[in-house]
Design a protein around this ligand. Sequence first.
Ligand code: PLP
Length: 349
Amino acid sequence: MGVLKKRWPGLASLPQLELCAGPTRVERLDTVSFDTGAELWAKRDDESATLYGGNKVRKLEWILAQAKARGCRTLVTAGALGSHHVLATATWGREHGMQTRAILVPQPWTPHVEQNLRALLATGAIVTPIKNLGFLPAAMAREVVLRRLKGDRPQRIELGGSCPTGALGYVEAGLEIAEQVDHGECPEPEFIYVALGTGGTAAGLAIGLAAAGFTTRVVGVRVTESKVINTLTLRMLVRGTARRLRALDPSFPAVAKAAFELIQIDNRYFGDGYGTPHAGAAAAMEAAARDGIRLDQTYTGRAFAAMLADGHEGGGRRLFIVTLSGADLGPRIENAPEVPAWARAMGEL
Ligand SMILES: Cc1ncc(COP(=O)(O)O)c(C=O)c1O
């Protein structure tokens, strides 16, 4: 049983699948700490699950459990061509007998995107391309209606799994960090760094930390367009998640305001746009590799770059959440279907 249900038994009725392999470890990053003069740590959520880890699996523990409890056989979701969220959903959905139908939007083509897309196709997911995010609400609604007409009971999953149910996964992670600090596994961080895509990770973390009485700042390094994530959408997500927790267990502390105030949106690393090459991220990826951490350019490389820059400037105790799955997709894509021509063309739009 996770720390959330242990501490607030009123949440026991909420369905949760056990997809994660227990608390992920925290470790000191000796090389980058030495280079920057700061005390830099990592929480290894890349090891959160062997099949497919990273941050998405924490959200899916709650989202897929809800879908299963409703008797769903189809998951309808969306993301960019190389979306980790869509891949995680299709991978874990298949394990639990649900097929994923995904709407995909363009993103610059890279070997990482190609690998993710091939792994997605290997799960048997059905993908539908659209040209831009503006068409997404209609495309999702259409897919859900079509499935219903076929007698199915589809579960719609928001972009990035960032809804109050999905964010619970990171409330749990925030509480987990507080326990690790209390047990002396790492010093209490002044700042925690995560990539800010659709916000569920940062929102959940802040609620978990605030509920544990911590005042650690959560630095959300924005990597998606501000129409996807901004102060308003983040505030709504924090409020909705906190409200859901208190509705289920009124003894859960009223931390929505305090949690929202812990989050700082860092806009410095958006660069030329979502998924575009970024020199700072590339340098950060090399630096992290020296401490044995593999990052990607779209999300984690940008967030790590922010932590390095702030560490250089201000020292301090800083913790990075490795939200990228560490699972080796190589064997899974050996016999995967070829990437359709439209996908490559979309990646070059
Ligand atoms: C590797 C990785 N890190 C971080 C994030 C950001 O998480 P969130 O969407 O909860 O802000 C994502 C989102 O897709 C991701 O794939």
